[in-house]
Design a protein around this ligand. Structure first.
Ligand code: GAL
Length: 381
């Protein structure tokens, strides 16, 4: 079962690679956030990146992935001769606004932004545009602004699809449907101020809705809509609290079979709630999904306390983002593979979508260890 999902995903990876390989002609012109001033900047400074400042605004250090994202970006940009100003806003929207204002005042030549709240930066983005500083959106789309030139991300709807397919296949829902068997499920979705979260939800529900409709999946809390299941700022604590509430309120007489979560942090929260309620790994432990394949999540997958995660190679994302920085600063051609899906309300932002891959205990070695993301030693610590 699982092999089929993974096979499909690998095929998707390969075909995406092919599409990218033969697609530069249809990438179109990069919209220039800063009018002709980008060219001015390019002309006045050396082409190897030296002397140019790239400011990278990251949302938080509370989850491991963003620390890796920041470190990868810094390393790759510095290797190209850029000066890097990397800052984390610790999920504080106003702090991120101030950081970006300071980056502009300090003379950044380009801004790379992974937003805390994707719609809250409109004014500061306008300031950057007025100062002729191009902006690249990193992982999270910047909403309601025309100041953004490119977007580097993972296929966010594809993440939801992969999680949904994993649930369908590992519980063999088509067979359960025929036999009139059912599984209980609860949902833990991402932050309502992050466009990624809604896209993931849509991908997930495309796979699961029919099974909810016919009763093969039973959500005893009744909370299946995005609005009812989203968790502000991707808070692990809220996920744990929600899971505790569901377990006490709805699962006193029947076990919870599936925690459909959108983030490894949520999986940790559910794990703590389930342990508190007396669930045991290897006995009545539910299927728990996640996203990001953090080190801790991968260890939990090996230990059986998380079932799967979505591997998002942050090294690849950083590579793609760096090509976009080079494009706006040096006039190079970035790889783009989506010019349709990411409408931010002001423009459809030319994007590169990296392919997410589902990982579980059967393939983590091949994907994560052989891919050099974590070593066996790190996973054994
Ligand atoms: C989202 C991202 C996820 C996860 C989450 C919480 O924007 O798509 O992969 O990292 O933030 O940090």
């Amino acid at each position: 079962m699982k092999k089929r999902v993974l096979g499909l995903l690998l095929t998707a990876v390969m075909s995406l690679g092919l599409m990218v390989g033969c697609g530069p002609a249809d990438t179109g012109e990069a919209p220039d956030a800063s009018g002709d001033a980008t060219t001015e900047t390019t002309d006045s400074k050396p082409a190897d990146g030296s002397g140019k400042r790239v400011a990278v605004a990251m949302p938080t250090q509370s989850s491991e992935r963003w620390i890796n994202d920041g470190n990868n970006m810094k390393e790759k940009l510095e290797a190209l001769g850029y000066e890097v100003d990397l800052q984390y806003a610790e999920d504080d929207v106003q702090a991120q606004v101030s950081q970006i204002e300071n980056m502009i005042a300090a003379g950044a030549d380009c801004l790379v932004i992974a937003a805390v709240d994707s719609s809250a930066l409109v004014n500061v983005e306008q300031q950057a545009k007025d100062a002729k500083i191009p902006i690249i959106a990193y992982d999270r789309l910047l909403m309601d602004t025309d100041a953004v030139s490119y977007y580097a991300t993972f296929d966010n709807k594809g993440v939801g699809t992969a999680i949904g397919k994993y649930i369908v296949e590992s519980k063999d829902l088509p067979a359960a449907q025929k036999e009139g068997k059912s599984y209980t499920i609860e949902f833990f979705m991402g932050s309502p101020d992050d466009n990624n979260a809604v896209m993931l939800y849509n991908g997930l529900m495309e796979e699961l809705q029919q099974y909810l409709d016919d009763g093969t999946l039973v959500c005893k809390s009744g909370r299946t809509s995005f609005d009812d299941t989203c968790i502000l700022r991707w808070s692990q604590e809220t996920a744990q609290q929600n899971c505790e509430n569901y377990l006490t309120g709805f699962y006193a007489d029947e076990k919870l079979d599936i925690c459909a979560t959108a983030f490894d942090g949520f999986a940790y929260g559910c794990k703590a709630a389930l342990e508190g309620a007396g669930y045991k790994v290897g006995e009545d432990w539910p299927l728990i999904t996640g996203q990001d394949a953090e080190l801790m999540a991968t260890k939990n997958i090996i230990a059986g306390s998380q079932t799967m995660s979505i591997y998002k190679d942050t090294r690849l994302l950083a590579d793609k983002c760096v090509t976009m920085v080079q494009a706006v600063l040096e006039g190079a051609e970035p790889e783009i593979n989506d010019t349709e899906q990411y409408d931010n309300g002001k423009l459809v932002v030319p994007s590169y979508l990296c392919t997410p891959v589902a990982v579980d205990k059967d393939n983590y070695k091949e994907i994560i260890v052989d891919g050099g993301y974590y070593t066996e030693e790190q996973l054994a610590e």
